[in-house]
Write a protein that binds this ligand. Structure first.
Ligand code: ZN
Length: 374
């Protein structure tokens, strides 16, 4: 009977869950919330993979930028050095020019004054050289030296230009890298926003799911209670094995304090087949709780064609109690019960003409008057 009741309960729970899912069709059902959780997790995984890829790109760009920055600094030092070299070369060239002018001036001091003036007034080297070409007396040494210094200036200028171009190329590359980094960072920022949004959605969905599950559990619990009440015959009682109901001052507690009256005493003549009633009948409405008369071990808790749903308890010292015709039983064979613990609910199962508890006490296998113990 207990097993049958459990099956009924689980069937009821399935029904309640189905109903709850049916009623909550849409974004708020458990199955939808679970499905959504799966989708969100998969989206999150995709975004996380994208994030990993973007972070990898950023890291590569950053490494390249660091490398380029090192090259830029080296190149800048080279350019600075070339600039210094150019200045030195120009100083050497200019010194040669000034010395040459002095020598030429000295050479022609007492001669062609017009020519000396020309030299002194020369705006630049080219003009001077061209003028000097006409000076046959000008030493070939001075001309050679001047050309050499001019070549040095030209060479150093060329080097400096080349270095500056390299430097510009590197700074250009660095600018490109900065732009790239900013672009990837922008995508990464968007990605992080997406991820945060997904995480918040996942959190909300999990909360919704938890709430739905809580509601379903509450509904199932309510259904279970209703099922228990229904199983006990609709009398409105529910099993409560956690508290005990003890009444009277006897060795035994009243097994059915909710009974309205005793419909049959022990030893009463009932019929030819049952000339002496072996127990006491507690007339009570279906569902009225029945209690263990004393502490003991449940020997039997099942259905019998004559006793109906019955419970037999062994109390030791040769004393056994029997409880018959239950609509439902809430104990199992083998379990121990305490005095006043509910064992079932009144019914009229088995050989019975109306709802009542047949309570029987046996001492060493023979039925005795329960009133001796109550
Ligand atoms: Zn009886």
């Amino acid at each position: 009977m207990v097993k049958r009741k459990r099956r009924a309960l689980s069937a009821m729970m399935v029904m309640v869950l189905s109903i709850s899912m049916g009623l909550n069709a849409g974004a708020t059902s458990i199955s939808d919330a679970e499905k959504k959780a799966g989708e969100l997790e998969s989206q999150k995984s995709a975004v996380e993979a994208e994030k990993a890829s973007l972070t990898d790109q950023i890291n590569k760009i950053t490494t390249q930028m660091t490398d380029t920055q090192t090259k830029i600094e080296t190149k800048r030092e080279e350019v600075t050095k070339a600039e210094d070299n150019l200045i030195s070369a120009k100083v050497a060239e200019n010194t040669q020019y000034e010395n040459m002018k002095l020598r030429i001036k000295y050479m022609y001091e007492s001669g062609n004054t017009q020519f000396v003036e020309m030299l002194v007034e020369s705006k630049n080297l080219a003009e001077l050289v061209s003028t000097a070409e006409y000076v046959s007396q000008m030493s070939s040494y001075d001309r050679g030296m001047l050309t050499e210094f001019q070549d040095t200036v030209a060479e150093v200028t060329k080097q400096e230009d080349s270095l500056k171009k390299e430097y510009n190329a590197l700074t250009g590359l660095q600018d490109t890298l900065v732009t790239q980094q900013a672009e990837v960072q922008a995508v990464l920022d968007e990605n992080n926003v997406k991820l945060a949004d997904l995480e918040s959605q996942i959190g909300e969905n999990a909360a919704t799911l938890a709430q739905l599950q809580k509601e379903a559990e509450a509904a199932a619990a309510a259904a279970a209670e209703a099922a228990a009440a229904a199983a006990s015959g609709g009398g409105g009682s529910s099993f409560d094995s956690s508290s005990v109901v003890v009444s009277g001052n006897g060795e035994f507690t009243n097994p059915c304090p909710g009974a309205s009256y005793i419909s049959s005493e022990f030893g009463e003549y009932r019929s030819e087949s049952d000339p002496a009633h072996k127990g006491m009948d507690f007339a009570a409405s279906t569902g009225t709780p029945t209690y263990a008369a004393a502490a003991g071990t449940v020997l039997i808790a099942n259905y019998s064609s004559s006793a109906g749903n019955w419970v037999v308890i062994d109390h030791g010292n040769g004393i056994v109690t029997k409880y018959m015709h239950h609509s439902a039983i809430c104990v199992s064979a083998g379990q121990t019960v305490s005095k006043g613990q509910q064992i079932g609910a009144v019914g009229t199962t088995g050989y019975s003409t109306g709802p009542h508890l047949h309570f029987q006490v046996e001492l060493n296998g023979s039925a005795v008057n329960p009133r001796n113990y109550l």
